[in-house]
Design a protein around this ligand. Structure first.
Ligand code: SF4
Ligand code: SF4
Length: 280
């Protein structure tokens, strides 16, 4: 279990605890102010942050270490994500009264598109969710219909479609431990994935799982290899099988979804001898 499970999970996975999506947390005025400012500043703020990160990369080691230490504390407090495989996303959706499709703000920056790749989660039917705190005009765009309420089963089928597109499912906090929604991320467009993988910024935590491959079943077709957003899959030229680096694997399950002989499973990260020490 990750540190958030220990702090906010009461013995189970923290993102499966209904209270972490509750209106009780969302009604906190400081949190509401944070959410409003987050979206108001996102379009300008995140590209600027990536430029700052590029500068940090060239900085001396001590400055880089200090910057990452500071960012880790900040993100843990304010806005961090965790990778969650499809079966656990479905359990989250089962807890919700309302699910809302939201245009992806990252893709708005990188692609200039308003595609609804994100999902706002609302526990109580009376709640407005994070989407309702932001001016309606923010969500409207040429490729989306703003905040679109969908049924739970429709949301599950959407998540399954995103998995087929090899998108990585993540949950996101707005002042921890409140979870406001689910994103379906692509390394080329997601600010968090770019930050986490390219710049090692501790904003995205690995899943409670890690992928393992069964060499008895793997036929070496390599269909899974190019799908991994985290560069965790290699190919053994000698054995003619793939191998998975447990230090790099984020446990998203995208490779598993594409493996016809079902050679890949998601194992418990906590009990894995190497992956258990690798959460960001
Ligand atoms: S898709 Fe499955 S069978 Fe093909 S290389 Fe990957 S693990 Fe092996
Ligand atoms: S190896 Fe599989 S489960 Fe691990 S990060 Fe890559 S695609 Fe996801």
């Amino acid at each position: 279990m990750c540190e958030f499970c220990t702090k906010h999970g009461e013995g189970k996975k923290w993102y499966l605890e209904a209270k972490n999506y509750s209106d009780d947390l969302l009604s906190d005025l400081r949190r509401q102010k944070f959410i409003k400012e987050f979206f108001a500043n996102f379009l300008d703020g995140f590209p600027k942050m990536l430029k700052d990160l590029e500068r940090f990369e060239a900085a001396p080691g001590a400055i880089k270490w200090l910057a990452k230490w500071y960012l880790k504390r900040k993100f843990k407090r304010e806005h961090h994500g965790q990778v969650v495989p499809r079966e656990d996303i479905e359990k989250i959706l089962d807890m919700m009264s309302t699910v809302v499709r939201i245009p992806c703000v990252c893709r708005r920056i990188t692609r200039g598109e308003d595609k609804s790749y994100c999902v706002g989660t609302i526990l109580s039917p009376d709640s407005i969710g994070i989407g309702g705190l932001v001016d309606e005009s923010f969500w409207a765009g040429p490729d989306s219909s703003g905040l679109e309420t969908i049924g739970r089963e429709e949301a599950k089928s959407l998540i399954a479609d995103f998995e087929k597109e090899s998108l990585c499912h993540t949950v996101w906090t707005f002042q921890s431990p409140f979870i406001g929604g689910i994103c379906n991320c692509d390394r080329s467009d997601c600010m968090a994935l770019i930050g986490a993988v390219t710049y090692s910024v501790p904003v995205l935590y690995k899943a409670e799982y890690v992928a393992e491959v069964d060499w008895e079943k793997c036929n070496g077709c390599r269909a899974c290899m190019h799908l991994c957003q985290f560069g965790a899959i290699g190919f053994s030229a000698t054995a003619k099988k793939i191998f998975i680096d447990p230090r790099r694997c984020f446990g998203c399950g995208i490779c598993r979804a594409r493996c016809k002989p079902e050679a890949i499973i998601l194992a418990d990260r906590q009990t894995h001898p190497i992956a258990a020490r690798s959460w960001v």
